[in-house]
Design a protein around this ligand. Sequence first.
Ligand code: HXC
Length: 257
Amino acid sequence: DSYETILVETRGRVGWITLNRPEALNALNTQIMRDVVAAASAFDADESIGAIVLTGSERAFAAGADIKEMESKSGLEMIMGDHFGEWARFAALRTPVIAAVSGYALGGGCELAMMCDIILAADTAKFGQPEINLGVIPGMGGSQRLIRAVGYYKAAELVLTGRMMDAAEAERSGLVSRVVPAADLLSEASKTAETIASKSLPSVYAAKAALDAAMETSLAEGLRFERHAFAALFDTADQKEGMSAFREKRSPDFQNR
Ligand code: HXC
């Protein structure tokens, strides 16, 4: 497992991925995309992993797609090379991913955070979609996921002006799950990930899939999906264990079955 642009570590049932291109504030080039998608997919395929944390450095989660790599490309090259297409695999992981954001999460960096399920922000975090300053627009979901997170008017202002928002504004707007002091970011991410990883994995997969459905379907379809996913969990041993543990006033011992 040797990756050029990320650090990968397993701590108990939590998989950690740290973006590591400090010379470019973790700008997302093709290599880092391949590394992150490969490492995350390997965690996703591993039943002993119940949650993933994705983080960057103190100074930057990621300052966007790599401008120097993109600059000279033609439209045709962007289309034929399916530039950025692999990130769709990251967004489709079944395992919950926590983005632990410190410093800049700009452009593709903000978009990558929004492909995660929970965004924990250090009080130093800064979010934005500055692509308009480069003569382009968001290309990895910024114009779509940001609206779902913060509503049309906040998203429109950010996408059209390129303005950054600080962690407090991002939390008020609903973009981040929770803001914590910078010094506590990784320990809070760890606690949150361990909490999720202590649950029954089939129920965690179902919960993530139902949440995803809410972002993508009508209410009626989403409710139907939820009802079926809820019912299906009654065929797991963990549902019986979870409910008998409640009745017997003890902690459940989940087997991911
Ligand atoms: C390539 C980048 C980069 C990026 C920073 N660097 N962001 N390289 N792509 N997105 C490099 C700088 O060139 C510099 O290297 C080094 O990282 C440190 O950055 P500085 O600018 O010197 O740091 P600072 O003055 O502190 O400013 C930080 C910053 C600024 C405000 C975050 O770097 C910045 O504005 N970056 C670009 C942000 C942006 O526009 N992102 C959107 C990209 S487009 P050198 O070697 O030059 O000193 C995008 C599209 C997504 O994301 C959609 C894809 C489909």
